[in-house]
Ligand binder design. Structure first.
Ligand code: 6PG
Length: 469
């Protein structure tokens, strides 16, 4: 019997997604460039094997699919996606649908969508979040492309997605690159969330001299409060585990240089290009870059001595730290949603901030109890700064003092808190009516006659330093 959907690319994520699809009652044909991988996958599928048709050539793969076909690509982002589409298209009919479910750069997705559109073909760019576990048992899914194409496969995507109180976390976000853009910003926020947690860990480890196990207990306690989230939960877990080889805390034997595949960086790049402030995300990306300069850091320590000194004001510090993370998180999400709103205008997507927050409530890496409140706060007004929505304004009013205290203590002790600092500066700038950009305008006018607007009205003015001032 012909399969309802096909999947190409049986790496970790592809294999997990294929099993998830089969597990939800859909017949699926699969193909992998290396036949051995396909055979191993089929052999290990257990009782789900009856829903899976393994194929060993693209021709057989295409022939195994019900028409009009729907094919998910789960191959590494970049040129391989283009090569795969080029190999596949000649075997397909015009109304067959290709869905790129990898972590594509949304510019590539826009380009592929345009090419498909011009050729009268169907293409969807789909962001999938949740790691291997999510892909297998319920990811968050962010679709982008022609709405009618999404409608053809939405029943499958909703079935395999995570559920928040029975609501599927799978939504069409908009045309062409919208789904991949939303996934990119998700990852930017993921970087910032992770970095702020790492900074809180640093304050506890270096500032308070706490052991990993004690830090694990703090995270576990926070996971019962307003910070409840997947990332806090796994931070408690990783901090509580010992290295089987040495018996030391696992965290203490992990080298402190962070890897990255690029999606966080793309978020920062797009934010800078669009002119949307995403300083907490930028700081998180920069922190990963800095972390990788281990030799330089060693040299720095040999010249200046180790920076972190014990924090002196320890009274209530852990509670303040919880508040700091809370405030930092709100500021960071305000930036993420602000970027999404700006991109929506720029690329003509009509992104729905409420829908985005709803999709992120379950399945994805940044899932947290706070996202449900964000969904309510942002529904209906895409341009509202999350920090000013009454619920979050109230939370921030109670927590920004903690953020200020921690950033100050970090600065005094020499414990770097770059993402938290960026969040605090963003908050302070966004609540300051009279900024210092008047000085910038004066400087610009002085050296470049760029002109300025006056507080008492009118633009195009020059200062008395210019001949016509
Ligand atoms: C997810 C993750 C996933 C992956 C990224 C980030 O939403 O499931 O974001 O896509 O973890 O590739 O990886 P890097 O940290 O390597 O950039």
């Amino acid at each position: 019997m012909a399969s309802e959907i096909g999947l190409i690319g049986l790496g970790t994520m592809g294999a997990a997604l294929a099993l998830n699809i089969a597990d939800n009652g859909f017949d699926i044909a699969v193909f992998n460039r290396t036949t051995e991988v396909t055979r191993d996958f089929a052999a290990s599928a257990g009782s789900l094997a009856e829903r899976i048709t393994p194929t060993e050539s693209l021709k057989d793969f295409v022939a195994a699919l019900k028409s009009p076909r729907a094919i998910i690509l789960m191959v590494p982002a970049g040129d391989i996606v283009d090569a795969q589409i080029a190999a596949l298209r000649p075997l397909l009919d015009a109304d067959d649908l290709i869905i790129d479910a990898g972590n594509a750069n949304f510019h590539d997705t826009v380009r592929r969508a345009k090419a498909a559109d011009a050729a009268g073909e169907l293409f969807i760019g789909m962001g999938v979040s949740g790691g291997e576990e999510g892909a297998r048992f319920g990811p968050a899914i962010m679709g982008g492309g022609p709405k009618q194409a999404w409608d053809r496969v939405s029943h499958i995507m909703e079935a395999i997605s995570a559920k928040f109180e029975d609501t599927p976390c799978a939504t069409w976000m908009g045309t062409d690159g919208a789904g991949h853009f939303v996934k990119t910003v998700h990852n930017g926020i993921e970087y910032a969330d992770m970095q702020m947690i790492a900074e809180a860990y640093g304050i506890m480890r270096d500032g308070l001299g706490m052991e990993a196990l004690a830090i694990s207990e703090v995270f576990a306690k926070w996971n019962e409060g307003p910070l409840k989230s997947y990332l806090i939960e796994i931070s408690a877990e990783v901090a509580g585990v010992d290295d089987p080889k040495t018996g030391q805390p696992m965290l203490d034997v992990i080298l402190d240089t962070a890897g990255q595949k690029g999606t966080g960086r793309w978020t920062a790049i797009e934010a800078l290009m669009i002119g949307a402030p995403a300083t907490t995300i930028e700081a998180a990306v920069a922190s990963r870059n800095l972390s990788s300069r281990l030799d330089e850091r060693k040299l720095g320590q040999s010249i200046f001595g180790a920076a972190p000194q014990p924090i002196r004001e320890v009274e209530g510090l852990v509670d303040q730290l919880e508040m700091a993370l809370l405030a930092g998180k709100i500021a960071c999400y305000a930036q993420g949603f602000g970027l999404l709103a700006a991109a929506s205008e720029e690329f003509d997507w009509s992104l729905d901030m409420g829908d985005i927050a709803r999709v992120w409530r379950e399945g994805c890496i940044i899932r947290s109890s706070m996202l449900d409140d964000m969904a309510s706060a942002l529904s209906g007004d895409a341009s509202l700064n999350l920090m000013f929505a009454p619920y979050f304004a109230d939370l921030l009013a109670r927590s920004h003092g903690g953020l200020r205290f921690i950033v100050a203590q970090g600065a005094i002790a020499g414990t770097p808190v770059p993402a938290l600092s960026a969040a605090l500066a963003y908050f302070d700038m966004m609540r300051t009516e009279r900024s210092t950009a008047n000085m910038l305008q004066a400087q610009r006018d002085f050296f470049g006659r760029h002109s300025f607007a006056r507080v008492d009205g009118g633009s195009g003015h020059h200062g008395p330093w210019a001949d016509d001032g």
